[in-house]
Design a protein around this ligand. Sequence first.
Ligand code: PHE
Ligand code: ZN
Length: 872
Amino acid sequence: MTSAVSPAPVFLKDYLPPAWWVDTVSLDVDLRPDGTVVSATLAVRRNPEVAPGPLCLNGAELETLSLAIDGQSLSPSAYTLGDESLVITAPPERFTLETKVRIQPDRNTQLSGFYRSKDGYFTQCEPQGFRRITWFPDRPDVMACYTVTLHADKASYPVLLANGNPVAQGDEADGRHFATWVDPFRKPSYLFAMVVAKLDVLRDTYRTTSGREVQLGIFVEPGKLDQCGHAMAALKKSMRWDEATFGLECDLDHYMIVAVGDFNMGAMENKGLNIFNTKYVLARADVATDVDFENIDRVVAHEYFHNWTGNRVTCRDWFQLSLKEGLTVFRDQEFGADTHSRQTARIREVRGLRAMQFPEDAGPMAHPVRPSTYVEINNFYTATVYEKGAEVVRMIHTLIGKDAFRRGMDTYFARHDGQAVTCEDFVAAMADASGVDFTPFMTWYRQAGTPRVSARGSYDAAARRYTLTLTQVCPPTPGQPDKAPCLIPVAVGLLGPDGRDLDLGGGRTTAILQFSTHEQSFVFENIDAAPVPSLLRNFSAPVVLDFDYQERELAHLLAHDSDPFNRWEAGQRLFGDLILANAARLARGEAAECPAGVIAAARTVLLSDSDPAFIAEALTLPGEATLAERMAVVDPDALHAARNALARALAAGLEDDFLALYERLAPVGAYQFDTADAGRRRLRNLCLGYLNELDRGGYRAQALRQFEQADNMTDQFAALATLANAGGDEGDTALAAFYARWQHEALVVDKWLAVQAGSRRDDTLAGVERLMAHAAFDLKNPNKVYALLRTFGGNHRHFHAADGSGYRFVAERIADLDAINPQVAARLARCFDRWRKFDTSRQAHARAALAALHARPGLSRDVFEVVDKALV
Ligand code: PHE
Ligand code: ZN
C-alpha cells in the first residue's frame, strides 16, 4: 500500500557518525503563562573523523525567537530554517551556538517533549522528544554535559528538578523562583529530563558498598506519600542486587523518581531523574494487587539498571535499541527471579512472550531484535526488542554460563563506558570473555520470525541408545522471505519410567544441545529404557517446539519433570491440545470432550505439595491469543467456547478439591506483600474462579463475600474479575460498589475499566461504548486508553466479533486518538496485527476498517506505518 504522502523509512545501513559534536549544553527554561522560553547555549565542535558538512539540528513545534553564533546574530544566508530542521551551512570549526525558542507545553497532548500533566510539567525525551524542547542534533551518539536553570512561579510549582546535582536556587521577582542543576555525566539528549511541579517527596539515603552516599527521592502527587514505600524499598533492593550480581554501583549523588499520571510508557531511565508512570510507583495494600507490587519491583529495578546498561553505555543509533532494552529486561528478570520465585518468574515471562511477541513475530510488524529499517522509531519499542531481546541475552548466558557472562559484562563496561555502541560490541565482549565464537549466533539479531523446531526421538533398546533428531524452519516475515538456521541452545533432559532424570553422562541431567543447522541428530548412550524427553528446559530459546507427545507422556512430565518450567509446559500442552481439538469439534457442531486423564493430571498438580504459585500457573489455561497462533484459520468463537468448556470441565471434575483448597488457603493474618502469601492468594483466587465456572448462585455469593470482606486489592479485585465474567446480577452489584469506593484513585479506576473491557459477557462492546462517555474515561490519558480500549482490543472474542463491530469501533477510536496522541494511537492499532488469520468474512470487515483509517488525511507517521504494513 502506498500513499501520496508516505513517510520515508530510515535504514541502518545509512548510519553515518555525526559531523559535529556538542560538548556542553546550557539550558535556561522560563515558564510563563504564554509559553515556555528555552534558551540554549551549545558548545559545538567539528568531528575531525568525518568529511566537513553543515550542522543539522532537529526541532519540532518550536517557535524560533533568535539564533546566534559566538554572540553574533545569525545572518539569514548562514542557515536554513524548516519546520523540523535547522541547517547551519558553514559554521566555524568550534563555536558557541545560542538559540532561543518558545514551546507550548500546555498544548502538548502527545506527551513527548515538555508537557503539562495534573500537578505540573514533565518531560519525555526518548527517543526523539528533546527536539520538541530545543534545536539539537537529537541522536543518541551525540553526548554532552548539561547545565539547566529552571524558572517558574513558586507557589504553583515549588519543585524544580533536572538531571544531576542542584547547584543553585533562589527566589526571583513576582513570586517566582529558580533552580540550577548540573549533570556531571555526558549523556545523549534522550536522557534529558526536567520537572516543574507541585509534588510531595519521600526521601531516603543509600550507601553503596564503596561508601558513597546517594540521596534518594520519590516525588508524587500531593497526598500520595503513603503509596511510595514499596517503590523506595524496591529501589534500594535493586541497588544492592546490582552491586552483588554485577559489581555495579550507583555513580550519582542524587537518584530521583518522579511519578506522573499522564505517561505514554511504563517509565523512563533519565540520568538521575527517572520519570515513571504512576502505575509503577504507587502502591498500598488496599489499592494495588500482588501483581502490581511485583511489577513495581521489576520496573523500578529496570530503570535503575539502565543507569549502567543504557546510560553509562548507550546506543549508537536507535536500531541498537535492544542493546539497552534486551539486556536491561534480562537484568530485571534475573532480579525478579532472585527476589521472588525463579520458577514462576520464568513461567510468566514465557506466557507473556507467547501472548505478545510470538504473534508480533508472525504478523505484519515482525522485525528482528535489531531492526534494519523503520518509519517511526516509536513503533519499535516492541515485545521483540524488549522481550525477545532479553531471550537473546539469556541464550548467551545459557551458552557460556554465569561466570563467563559476568566476565563479559565486565569487559563490556571496561571497553565501552561513556560510549554509544552497537549490539556487535556487546556480543564481542561476551565472545572475548568466554572464548566462544558468536558469529553463528548473530542470526538472532538480524532475522525476524519465530523458529519452529520439530523434535523426534527414537530409542534403540539393544544399543541402549536414544537419538533425538531436531529440524528447524523459520517462516518468512515481511522483507525476509528466506531464513537462515539459528544457533539454538536446546536444554534437554530424559525422564525414566519412574519419572527421575536419567544420567546423561558424568552425573549431568540436563544437556545443552547446540542446534545450528536445518537438521541435526543428538545421541544419548547408556539409556536403559525408553525415556520421555524433556525438551527446551527452562525455555532455553524463543522458539516453538513441536514433539508428538502422547497424553500420558505429558501427564508424566507434568507430574515428575525436575525442570519446573517443563512441568508447567507439559500442562500447557495438554490443555492447549485439548482446547484446539475441542474448538474443531465445536466448529463441526459436535460436543467438546474432556478425557478423564486430563482431569486426573490436573488433580495431581492441584493436590501436589508444589509451591501454590506454581500450582496456580500450572492450572491457568493458555490464553486465546496464544492458542490462536496454532490455528490455520482462527475461529474465535469456537476457541473461546472450547477454552471455557475445559475450564468448566475442570471445575466440575475437581469441584470438591477447589472448594477445599479455597477454604484451606483462607488468609490467616493481615495482608502483606510477600512471595509466599502472594502465591497462596493466587491459588485461592484461581479456585474461586474455577468454582464460578459452574455458574451457581452459591459460588457467586461466595465471590461477593470475598469482594466485600477483603482487606486488600488482590482479593477484592480477583473476586470482582470473577463476578464481572459470570452470569447473574452480582457482577453489576460489585462493579457499582467498586467504582463508588475507588472513583478517586485513578489507578484503581483503570482496573475497573479494564475488567469490563476484558469481560466475556455478551454485551461487552456496548459496555465499552458506554464507558467511553463515562466521567471515569479520558481519551487524553494513556492509562485510561490502555485500560479500556487496548484491553478491549485484546478481548479475543469481542474484538474479532463476526459482524466486524469490534474492528469498526477500535479503528474509529484510533482515528480520534491519532489527533491527540499518535504514539498511543499506534499502539492501539497493533490490535489489528493478526487480522489475516481469520475467516474471509472477518478479514473483509478488518480490511475495511483499516482501509478507512489508512485513507484519513493527516494520519500520523506512527499510525500510518502500522496500518500501512497491516494492509500490505
Ligand atoms: N526506555 C524506557 C524503558 O524501557 C521506555 C520508554 C521508551 C519510555 C520511550 C518512554 C519513551 O525503560
Ligand atoms: Zn528499558
